[in-house]
Design a protein around this ligand. Structure first.
Ligand SMILES: Cc1cn([C@H]2C[C@H](O)[C@@H](COP(=O)(O)OP(=O)(O)OP(=O)(O)O)O2)c(=O)[nH]c1=O
Length: 200
């Protein structure tokens, strides 16, 4: 396989990529995350994933580069990462008792080409109490996360129901990532260790 690069500073994305047995390096992509005027949440998330992959691919033309973006969307409005603790509390109060969408796009850039896909997951929160929101924000967990929560952490107790991809909510849709790699001629399973070999 060509050298694989994850164009991300997110520790969650790196963990997920390791989980499926891939060897890679990480190179955070520095892109402007301002939405275009009248841009839909779907178009925004996919554009950013592609821009992240292409920005890093421009500096590593031989590599396979994965870029990704995650946004939490409530009633069509993009709720990004909180700017401070007050903002995190306000976002969680809005998500309380409601269904929102977690939109994650993954893009794969290779030799000047870029393929991408968008995964939309519906997440239902139960009703949250004010003290509980304050305690959660005080833990610090929401601060670097879209929508001010992490389903894989303490925030897991807020989620009543999920319809879609759990790994996409955490930051990288594993099935779709593997599909993009397979389409580019690099099936993920060719990197898996063989326990039979290691026993010999
Ligand atoms: C909703 C949700 C988001 N998140 C995280 C995943 C992403 O790291 C982050 C969304 O922000 P992003 O801007 O998509 O990613 P990032 O800035 O962390 O990393 P990079 O742009 O370098 O790839 O929110 C969780 O960890 N758990 C969750 O349940």
């Amino acid at each position: 396989m060509s050298h694989l690069i994850l164009a991300s500073a997110s520790p969650r994305r790196a963990e997920l990529l390791k989980q499926i047995g891939l060897d890679f390096t990480t190179r955070p992509a520095d892109v402007d995350e301002t939405p275009e005027p009248a841009e839909s949440a779907e178009a925004y998330v996919e554009r950013l994933a592609r821009e992240k992959a292409l920005a890093v691919a421009a500096e590593h033309p031989e590599a396979l580069v994965i870029g990704s973006d995650t946004s939490v969307v409530l009633g069509g409005e993009i709720l990004g990462k909180p700017v401070n603790r007050t903002d995190a509390c306000a976002t969680l109060a809005r998500l309380s008792g409601e269904v929102h969408q977690v939109m994650t796009a993954v893009a794969l850039a290779h030799r000047g080409q870029c393929r991408s896909c968008l995964v939309v997951t519906d997440v239902q929160f139960r009703k949250l109490g004010g003290d509980e929101i304050n305690a959660y924000v005080a833990s610090g967990e929401p601060m670097d996360k879209a929508g001010s929560y992490g389903i894989q952490g303490l925030g897991g107790i807020f989620v009543k129901e999920l319809r879609g991809s759990y790994s996409a909510v955490v930051g990288l849709p594993l099935q779709q990532t593997a599909e993009l790699l397979a389409q580019a001629g690099f099936p993920v399973w060719t990197n898996w260790p063989s326990s039979l070999e290691s026993q010999e």
